[in-house]
Design a protein around this ligand. Structure first.
Ligand code: NDP
Length: 242
């Protein structure tokens, strides 16, 4: 996988949910390449060197304000990584309207708001990279995650539609589908659940957040200029065939 060359111009990169976990590793990987990175979260705490912007992706006005702040500091967003996400796991028959709508609103509708706003600037630039962070469970399914799996599967249809709409302007839209990654999100699982998951993963371990970041920076690199509408699994082989 080719990395951005040292001579390349720093790009304006926006990573949502970049104060911890996978998003933080993605932000750090772009910072290490010399890009201008903005990180949006509800609670702040961006990595050193990144612009720290507060933005709840469920609020369209906050999304608009965040883009205005980032554009003022770094110029139009050239690389958008829609990574912010939540889980509210429970079985279907116990799932409340709120469990459903909060997860869909954050993971799927939040990503739509971000992509739509980012596309405005990218259309003017006539280039851009959009990467959605989905999950292996979007295509594999997962008992207790009807809301989450639906939100993550929705990202695939959205990315592929954007790829078709905006491809003529050299804007790509791709999906990274991680398996189980060591972060706060999976930290809540019991030891028994973790052991069961590992037993199903051909590589027999969880991913580190930096391993997901590698796929994201590649999708944003010159080397991936002809890749769009793709779903790149980073799942230790868990989702093979899906
Ligand atoms: P974490 O729970 O560690 O971090 C979630 C991030 O999202 C935080 O930065 C959080 O910041 C932000 N966030 C949550 N809700 C909102 C919101 N409404 N508005 C803005 N930011 C928000 O998650 P991970 O790092 O584990 O996961 C990152 C992404 O990767 C998610 O989309 C997740 O679904 C996906 N994923 C994770 C896997 C895993 O095994 N960990 C596997 C597959 C996919 P703050 O709370 O400050 O707003």
């Amino acid at each position: 996988m080719s990395e951005q060359t040292a001579e390349a111009q720093p790009r304006s990169v926006l990573v949502t949910g970049g104060n911890r976990g996978i998003g933080r590793a993605i932000a750090e990987a772009f910072l290490a390449q010399g890009d201008k990175v903005a990180v949006t979260t509800r609670n702040g705490g961006a990595p050193e060197g990144a612009l720290d912007v507060r933005c709840d992706v469920t609020d369209p006005e906050q999304v608009e304000a965040a883009f205005a702040t980032v554009e003022e500091a770094h110029g139009p967003v050239e690389v958008l990584v829609a990574n912010a996400g939540i889980t509210h796991d429970t079985l279907l028959l116990r799932m409340s309207e709120d469990d459903w709508s909060s997860v869909i609103d954050t993971n799927l509708t939040g990503s739509y708001r971000l992509a739509k706003r980012a596309a405005k600037g990218m259309l003017r630039l006539r280039r851009g990279r959009i990467v959605f962070v989905s999950s292996v469970v979007g295509l594999l399914g997962s008992a207790g995650q009807v809301n989450y799996a639906a939100s993550k599967a929705g990202l695939v249809g959205m990315a592929r539609s954007i790829a078709r709409e905006l491809g003529s302007r050299s804007i790509t839209a791709n999906v990274v589908a991680p398996g189980f990654v060591e972060t706060d999100m999976t930290g809540v699982l019991t030891d028994e659940q973790k052991a069961l998951i590992k037993a199903q993963v051909p590589l027999q371990r969880y991913a580190q957040p930096a391993e997901v970041a590698q796929a994201v920076t590649w999708l944003a690199s010159d080397g991936a200029a002809y890749v769009t509408g793709a779903v790149i699994p980073v799942d230790g082989g868990l989702g093979m065939g899906h």
